[in-house]
Each structure stands twice: as C-alpha cells, then as structure tokens.
Write a protein that binds this ligand. Structure first.
Ligand code: S3P
Length: 441
C-alpha cells in the first residue's frame, strides 16, 4: 500500500479536462452490451470501477476494446450474453454489482457476482428484494451480502418504490424491466440521478419519466450508438474544493456533466459563497454538459439535509471537509446512507479530520465540522480506509493545513479519479507544493 505526502500551500491555476463521468460510463457500457452492434464510447471514465464493469461484461462474452479513453463494445442484443465461466468480480464497485444484478436477473443462466472486502460488507438486500419480486432466484451471503448468485428467470413487471433512494437500485430494476412481461415502474420520493433513463432512451428503449415515477417498456430493440461521456462533476468537486482552500486559485473545468440530478452541489457551493460560473452549456447524448469557472473566495458554510442528501451523496465528504475553511462550519444530516458506502464515510472522515485538528461532532446520520474559529489545521498521518472519496477529501484539507500530511493507501483515489494527485500537482504548478508518493509501508 503506498503513502502519499501532501505538502500545503500554493494556488491552483489552469484549465482541466475531467475524466469521463463514472456513473454514465458504467451505463453506456452495460447498455451497449445489451444492444445490437458496435457502440463507440469516447472519453470513457478512467475510474477503476468502470474497468471492473468492462471486465465483467467480457466474462459475459462481450467483445470490448479499450484504448486511450475510447471504448468499443460489441453487443448481440438482449439475449446475447453468455453464461460466465467464473464468478464475476465487481471489485470495489457498488454500481457494477447492483446494476449487473438487474440485467443478470433476466438471463437464461445462473451467475455469481462478488467484490472486494469493502463491497462484500455493503447491503445488497435493496436490490435482491425487488429482483426476487420480479421472479429472479437469488442467493446471498448472510445479511444479504455479496457474493450473490442469480438464477435468471422469466421476469414479472413490478411497480416498486425503493425504501432507500438509490440510483443503483432504480437502474437495476429498469434493466431487469427490459426482460419483464409488461411495463415496470419505479417510484422515487427523492429524485436520484437519471443517467440510466437517459442512456436507455439514447439506445432506443421506451422509458417515460413523470413526477417521480419511471416506466419502462419490455423487450425494446436496442441499437449501437456513438456516445461521448461528459467530464465527471463528482471528480471535479475535489479540484473545486482545492481551489476554495488555496487563496489565489482560479480554475476552468472543461466539458463537465451538469445533469440537474447531479449539479445541486454547484448550487450549494454558490450558497456557501463560492464564485462559480457555468458557461457554454449544451446537450450531448441527452446529458447537459458545460464549463465551470471559479476562483478562490471566502466561504460562509452551510447545512445539507433532507432531499439534498441524495442529490449530493458523492460530494458530501468533500463538502463536510471544507468545514474548517468556512466561517460557520458545515453540517450534514439525514445522511445515514454514508455509513454504507465504500467505507463508513461519516466515521472515516470524522477520524481523519480530527487527526488534523478539526473540531468534528459525529451523529448517527451525519456530522458537523466546525469553521475557522475552531483553530488551525495541522498536517497528520491519516487513513482513508481504502475509500477513494475520503482520500481525496483529506488530500484537499491537507493543502490548507500547517505541515505535511501523509495519506495511507492514497492510491485508492484511482477507484474514481486516477489522475487526481497528478492533476493537483500540475495545477499547483510548483515543485515545492507537490504531493509525493513514498514507498510501501
Ligand atoms: C451511483 C449512485 C449512488 C452513488 C454512487 C454511484 C450510480 O449510489 O453514491 O457513487 O452510478 O448509480 P446509490 O444509488 O446507492 O445512492
């Protein structure tokens, strides 16, 4: 496991092209593998999670070529997947295991899918339950954990409201709905990201969204497409965070995904005082894309709770970690879901921030990180517990601390943003203010 030493200071300056959006790339790859013909996907995500999806699809008999951010996927239609010879490995990726579970439920074969130690701790009942209701036969480890074994079966259409708002669960049910005997409906009280609905339509499925419900017609003919993945806003937020920590910073983020079900974080940052501007917005394959510019400015602080939690779920660690750089601090509530992500993000972040001398109060459903008056941050040795978003959030905090910070297992950032540390170094542009890799421990 490598460590990374982050030295504080400097300022971020420049233009950034973000890697392709992780959520969208998973969906383009999976749906292309269910379509007929060769789909070409540009700016595919560099995230390790999306490589896990491609590898699983290869095990299902799909020919995939991936080079320099371009991925071609040759699908043979809804019935074109082959029974895999070995257990599929989603590694660290919750989106891979949950979405594939949906598509596998409709196949005429039995498959097993698992993941790394973190994924095997995460709850799978939320996806197993609706798929069982549709008629799939699913076995799981105790507590409905992975590995899960899915015996594909003829599926019944259902009308279902997931108890926890989850785009992964909604997406799994919609993929299973492709194989159902009628119209499948998913209802949501809180809107979660709708990339799957948009992507399915792009490939030719009939998907209707109307006031919190999504309906999908079964057995569409999905056909090959040429698609470009927008830059990943959830990755961009770590660079935005760094620019807000370092005085004098000024950044342009090029071609970032601005889908309204994801972009709420920008509104929140603006409400905290961040001078963000969105320009050149256009529609690309049904997704809004544009440029985001910002410069450093003092931040007031704020609170995230209620429906906004699901809309900013992946950005909450970065937002909370900005707390010590704000006047009034940052509070996150109603976010118990953070406890079942790649790590218990509330506990892992609270521990890392406290080690750096931040004042943090932890609640069952969130945390409160005090603002500037709680004192100066100090560099420390921190452990993000293998969680990519915690590693990047702590690296950003380290930029504004006194003294160096050592991040254990920092390479886990590659799960969503392999270029993160190098991009940070390039934008800081100075040798003194760099992040250094140091040997294994
Ligand atoms: C994702 C949905 C979210 C998010 C995850 C990616 C997706 O999870 O946290 O990083 O691509 O659908 P939930 O849908 O479980 O909240």
């Amino acid at each position: 496991m490598s460590k990374k030493v982050i030295s504080p200071g400097g300022a971020l300056e420049g233009i950034v092209e973000l890697p392709g959006d992780k959520s969208i790339a998973h969906r383009y790859a999976i749906i292309a593998a269910l379509a007929e013909g060769r789909s070409e996907i540009s700016n595919f995500a560099s995230a390790a999670d999306c490589r896990s999806t491609l590898e699983c699809l290869r095990q299902l008999g799909i020919a995939i070529e991936a080079r320099d951010g371009r991925v071609s996927v040759v699908g043979h239609g809804l019935d074109g997947w082959k029974s895999p010879r070995k257990t599929l490995d989603a590694e660290n990726s919750g989106t891979t295991i949950r979405m594939l579970a949906g598509a596998l439920a409709g196949q005429p074969f039995t498959s097993r899918i698992t993941g790394d130690a973190s994924l095997r701790r995460r709850p799978m009942r939320r996806v197993i339950e609706p798929l069982r209701l549709m008629g799939a036969k699913i076995k799981a480890e105790e507590g409905d954990r992975a590995p899960i074994e899915i015996q594909g079966s003829p599926l019944r259409a259902i009308d279902y409201t997931p108890p926890v708002p989850s785009a992964q669960v909604k997406s799994a049910i919609l993929l299973a709905g492709l194989y159902a005997d009628g119209v499948t409906t998913v209802r949501e009280s809180v809107a979660t990201r709708d990339h799957n609905e948009i992507a399915l339509r792009e490939f030719g499925a009939q998907v209707e969204s109307n006031r919190g419900s999504v309906r999908i017609q079964p057995r569409p003919k999905l056909t090959e497409r040429q698609l470009t993945v927008p830059g990943d806003l959830s990755a961009a937020v770590f660079l935005i965070g760094a620019a807000l920590v370092l005085p004098g910073s000024s950044l342009t983020l090029h071609n970032v995904g601005l889908n309204p079900t994801r972009a709420r974080v920008l509104d929140f940052l603006i409400s905290m005082g961040a001078p963000l501007r969105v320009v050149s917005v256009q529609l690309s394959n049904g997704e809004l894309v544009g440029d985001v510019t910002l410069r450093h400015a003092p931040m007031a602080g704020g609170k995230v709770s209620g429906a906004a939690v699901a809309e900013m779920i992946d950005e909450l660690p970065m937002l909370a970690a900005l707390g010590p750089f704000t006047e009034q601090g940052v509070e996150i509530r109603d976010a118990q879901e953070l406890r079942v992500k790649e790590s218990d993000r509330i506990a892992t972040l609270a521990e890392g921030l406290r080690r750096m001398n931040a004042r943090v109060e932890e609640f069952p459903d969130g945390l409160r990180v005090e603002g500037k008056s709680a004192g100066k941050l100090r560099g420390a040795k921190v452990d993000p517990a293998g969680d990519h978003r915690i590693a990047m959030a702590l690296a950003v905090v380290a930029l504004g601390a006194e003294g160096d910070t050592v991040i254990q297992g920092a390479e886990c950032a590659a799960v969503s943003f392999p270029e993160f540390y190098a991009t940070l170094d390039r934008l800081r542009g100075s040798e003194e203010h760099s992040s250094r890799a140091s040997g294994s421990r």
